[in-house]
Every structure is written in structure tokens, then in C-alpha cells.
Ligand binder design. Structure first.
Ligand SMILES: CNc1nc2cc3c(=O)[nH]c(N)nc3c(CC[C@H]3O[C@@H](OC)[C@H](OC)[C@@H]3OC)c2[nH]1
Ligand SMILES: [Zn+2]
Length: 370
């Protein structure tokens, strides 16, 4: 089953509070979704993910199609069982990875021919194939197969790409049968061109998907351009359906997205930077390997009550990174994910209490944003 309830919309912005209900549980929105590309949120166990407040995690069709392959996951009884995660899972359609990871790919009306980035073997993914793979994975929310167009790109390129993505979306909708257990989101494209964004949004909305992603953003464009396109696009999206901005995840990007009416976001940023010792704190980012912290026995962030901040000091975590101990990456990951999940919880509270913009201003001042 799938239900989205819009609980409240802010008076002074497009920020909104909602709740998604799926077969594997509820998701409070606005929500940040940790990325578990290859059936694991790197260094974290499912219990640790639950303890820090993860309500839903992501995994990736392209990667899992390549390794371990759908046969093994099918035999395991699906992705939830395979990775022992019993809450909601969202999978991407593989569109982004095919274009960003594999080389000498060939896009045809039928689908995309590409070589595996692992062993160079010839592969092919079509809209129908992507739906079939996601069906085997058994994720609760699945994405239509699309082209996430490169940035920058000409109006002509984006026009052709966006219209092909619309035709692919029709085929995905046609092919998607498991509608009781899996919910298919359409992905709005159109690059940085408002006329093309409007066409894509209107056509996608007419296809009546249960939810919509805003794709083709967070692909290297300046934040002001992303915000402008995002603000324009959400106005064409139905209020009664979830809006998912793909690939967004630093604190400011999340605040700006929520302010423009986004309900869901994902990004590898917090987990990726944690593994090289970059830690999010209320006073901005810190590089824990810095000698500055050699004898600093305070917590990473004095305002944080995550497991890491309650039990370990900067000096100890710096030591772990300096001697390449795996625990260092784990403790930094726990903290970075908790930091963002807790920030999103505070954002939801601020929308509920009608002080979202004030919360945003306070956060920006302390974090050191403009
Ligand atoms: C970083 N910026 C960014 N812009 C993006 C735009 C698109 C898009 O237009 N279409 C599709 N299909 N995917 C996109 C994605 C990938 C997100 C996935 O990529 C994986 O993270 C890298 C992760 O897989 C678990 C996630 O799953 C939803 C984007 N990522
Ligand atoms: Zn912490």
C-alpha cells in the first residue's frame, strides 16, 4: 500500500509537513534518506541505522544488477531479507549510474547499451528491464527509468532527452504491475530550461504517478540555479503527492529544498565525507584529522547527543583516522547521519510550530552559511 498525507503547509514558504505510509512502515516528511547503494549504508548495521532514526534507506538498481545480480537477491527473497532491513527501501532506476559510471554507452529509443564499469562486459537496460529489476529487489518505492541529462547541455539536447524520458516513463507505467507492493515515481527532467521543465512536469503529472522526483539537478550547477529551477518546478507538482529531490544532501541544500516544497531527499555526502574524516557540526564542518584536535577531549559536537558524541572525544577519533582504524569511519558516519536526520526532525518540528524560516536563519548563522 502507499499513502501520502499532507499534514501542514507553511504560511511563509512552500515548506510542508507530511507522512508516507508503505507496507514496511511510515516515513515522516520532510525526510533525508541515507544512501545504501550496494545494499549497505557503508559501515552501518541495520540496528545502528534504526538507532540514529533512519526511517527509509536507498539502494541502487544499476549496482545491484551488476553485483551480486538479481538472481541471488531473488533467491534471498528480495532486498529487505537479503540486507535484513525491515523498514522502507527506495531504489533508483539505474538511469543516473548508467550515464555517470559506465563509458561508451549508447542511448537508443529502446534503452541504453553500455559496458559494465566492473568488467567491461556489454550490458543493456531498458525502461521495462529497470522495472523488472526493481520488482525483484522488492523495494517499496521505485523510480522510472530516465536520462539524467548532463550539465551544461543545449536546449535542443535537453528537449530531445526530456521527451525520450517521457516516452520511457509511459513504458515504465505500462510495464509496472506490482502496484500493491511497489509504488512507481515519475522523474521530471528538463535541465535548466524552464520551458522544458514545464512540459516535463505537466506531461508527468498527466500520467498520474503516485509521487514525483525532480531529476537532473545537483549535477554541478550553482546552488542559485538549482534553487531557481526547483522553485519553478514544484509549482507544477500536485500538492497531494510526495516530491523527491534526487542527490541533495548538505545542510543548506536540504533547507533550500524544503523551503521550495520538497518532501524527500537523498545524498551520499554525509556518509562519503565521514569516511575521510570530515564531520558536520552545528558550527560548520571540521576535518578531524587536523592536529588541532590532538589533545581536544571534547565531543565532535557539544550539541549532539549521538552515540559517537556521547562516548568518544575528538582526540580519540582523530587518532583512529590517523592510524587508519575502521572504527573512525564508523563513528564519523554515525555522527554525520545522525546530524542530518536530527536536523530534518528539527525542520519538521519547525514547520509544525510555524517557525521554519527562523530555524533556518538560526542554523545558517551558527553553521557559518551566508
Ligand atoms: C548527486 N546528484 C544527483 N542528481 C541526480 C539526478 C538523478 C536523476 O535525474 N535521475 C535518476 N534516476 N537519479 C538521479 C540521481 C541518482 C540518485 C541515486 O544515486 C545514488 O547515489 C549516488 C543513489 O543510489 C542509491 C541514489 O538513489 C536514488 C542523482 N544524483
Ligand atoms: Zn554526534
Amino acid at each position: 500500500m502507499f499513502k501520502f498525507e499532507l499534514l501542514k503547509t507553511a504560511k511563509d514558504s512552500k515548506a510542508r509537513l507530511g507522512k508516507i505510509t508503505t507496507n514496511h512502515g511510515e516515513i515522516e516528511t520532510p525526510i533525508f534518506m541515507p544512501v545504501g547503494t550496494r545494499a549497505t549504508v557503508k559501515t552501518m548495521t541495520p540496528d545502528e541505522l534504526k538507532e540514529i532514526g533512519s526511517q527509509i534507506i536507498l539502494s541502487n538498481t544499476y549496482h545491484l544488477f551488476l553485483r551480486p545480480g538479481t538472481e541471488i537477491i531473488e533467491k534471498a527473497g528480495g532486498l529487505h531479507k537479503f540486507m535484513n532491513w525491515d523498514k522502507p527501501i527506495l531504489t533508483d532506476s539505474g538511469g543516473f549510474q548508467v550515464f555517470s559510471l559506465s563509458d561508451n554507452r549508447k542511448i537508443t529509443e529502446e534503452g541504453v547499451h553500455f559496458r559494465s564499469h566492473i568488467d567491461g562486459s556489454k550490458m543493456f537496460i531498458s525502461p521495462e528491464k529497470s522495472i523488472d529489476i526493481q520488482n525483484i529487489l522488492g523495494s517499496d518505492i521505485i523510480m522510472a527509468f530516465d536520462e539524467c541529462a548532463p550539465y551544461p547541455a543545449s536546449h535542443e539536447y535537453i528537449d530531445n532527452s526530456m521527451r525520450r524520458t517521457l516516452r520511457w516513463a509511459e513504458r515504465c507505467k505500462e510495464h509496472h504491475k506490482n502496484t500493491d507492493n511497489q509504488t512507481l515515481f515519475g522523474i521530471i527532467q528538463g535541465g535548466m530550461y524552464k520551458d522544458l521543465r514545464e512540459i516535463s512536469a505537466r506531461e508527468m503529472v498527466d500520467m498520474d504517478f503516485k509521487g514525483y522526483s525532480i531529476g537532473g539537478l545537483s549535477v554541478g550547477e550553482p546552488i542559485d540555479l538549482m534553487n531557481d529551477i526547483l522553485d519553478f518546478t514544484t509549482d507544477f507538482m500536485p500538492e497531494s503527492k510526495p516530491r523527491y529531490l534526487m542527490g541533495v544532501g548538505s545542510p543548506d541544500y536540504l533547507f533550500e529544498a524544503v523551503e521550495r516544497g520538497v518532501d524527500m531527499a537523498d545524498c551520499v555526502l554525509p556518509t562519503r565525507i565521514a569516511r575521510n574524516g570530515t564531520v558536520l557540526t552545528h558550527n560548520g564542518k571540521i576535518a578531524i584529522k587536523n592536529a588541532l584536535y590532538k589533545e581536544d577531549f571534547s565531543a565532535l559536537d557539544k550539541e549532539c547527543d549521538c552515540y559517537t558524541c556521547r562516548n568518544f572525544s575528538k582526540a580519540y577519533i582523530r587518532h583512529l583516522f590517523n592510524v587508519d582504524e575502521i572504527l573512525g569511519m564508523r563513528l564519523a558516519t554515525i555522527h554525520n547521519l545522525y546530524f542530518l536526520l536530527d536536523m530534518m526532525k528539527n525542520i519538521r518540528e519547525s514547520i509544525r510550530g510555524d517557525y521554519f524560516l527562523e530555524y533556518k536563519d538560526d542554523f545558517y548563522k551558527k553553521y557559518g552559511y551566508k
